[in-house]
Ligand binder design. Sequence first.
Ligand code: UT7
Length: 343
Amino acid sequence: MADAMIWSIGGYAPPHIITNDMLSERMDTNDDWIQTRTGIRERRSAGDDETTASVSSKAAQAALDAADFKANNLDWVVVCTDTPEMWSPATACFVQESIGAQRASAIDLTGGCAGFLQTLQIMSPLAAAGKRLLVIGTELLTHALNWNDRSTAVLFGDGAGAFLLGPSDSGPKGIRVGPGLSQSDGSQSTILGKPYGGTRHPITAKVVEKEETHTIHMEGPKVFKHAVALMSDIGRRVLKEAALNLEQIDWVVPHQANQRIIDAVTRQIGISSSRVFSHVAHFANTGSASIGLAMSDMLEQKLVKPGQRLLSVAFGAGFSWASQLFFVDEVPPSQFIHSTLRA
Ligand code: UT7
């Protein structure tokens, strides 16, 4: 039976950089606190002329161009985001129009920071069955931040990552999507999220007056504890299901939440930090975009080689958490648009 194959990867990080020092001019924080607690040095922020659809389209086009694949051959365009273009229609419809995927069906999925892996798990059987898909994880989280809340405002950034997927038994070789698992616990739904603007807490003049009510809310220490335990656990469960052990894994690709979480997961899983990818220092937490952006950067840095096995783990609002194995048959073409030279 065929698997889903990643034929190419595209990434887009907006050119505008917000450093920790820039944040400290805006709120009571400092570079030392942010780096010590999170490992974050800077994050990207979408410009006034950019939206979730335009940022998604840039990552999507990067993936299409890398593979020299024509958008009108796509069957599906899927955007995973918690910061959509509009309430309705789906952000994916704007992307479909912008990249020229006339024949495709377009839909959005929302799953917090684990959403990209969840979306991949939902859509992979379609790719395995012969459909051609773009799965794009995008977030403009700087648009949803309360700049008066220093405990959340310093953590997040903007960006998008896109996978072009098709069946493994026809078309090019690339990265095979292996076994994966995901799980949710809705009893923790009030700990992390953006509660206002939906039907439970509609936006009213009173809500708009109080900035903190329509931006991201998070109980950081609780999120930290659950994130570490649940990402480590689901990663181990996926390995067990696939009858693999850690020695057979070349890279762990964790959700880029922050370096302390990544380090704690590394210790709990019991793998050397040299085999755990992190670029959180430069891009911060980009939510649904995080795994796609990370893999796009890994390909640009030529860290991924044929024959390698990658284990990804993610955790976020919901709570939802997920883990996914990837098998590198061949290194697929990729394009990571990030506008600056690496430090
Ligand atoms: O995808 C998952 C998304 N979520 C996350 O990645 C966040 C998970 N949580 C965390 O990583 C950590 O909880 C944080 C980094 C958010 C916070 O670290 P912490 O060690 O849990 O700090 P804390 O919330 O317990 O706060 C410690 C102190 C407090 O001051 P007092 O009460 O001890 O005087 C905070 O007010 O640090 C203060 N603080 C800050 N100080 C300077 C909180 N944010 C800042 C800041 N700058 N930006």
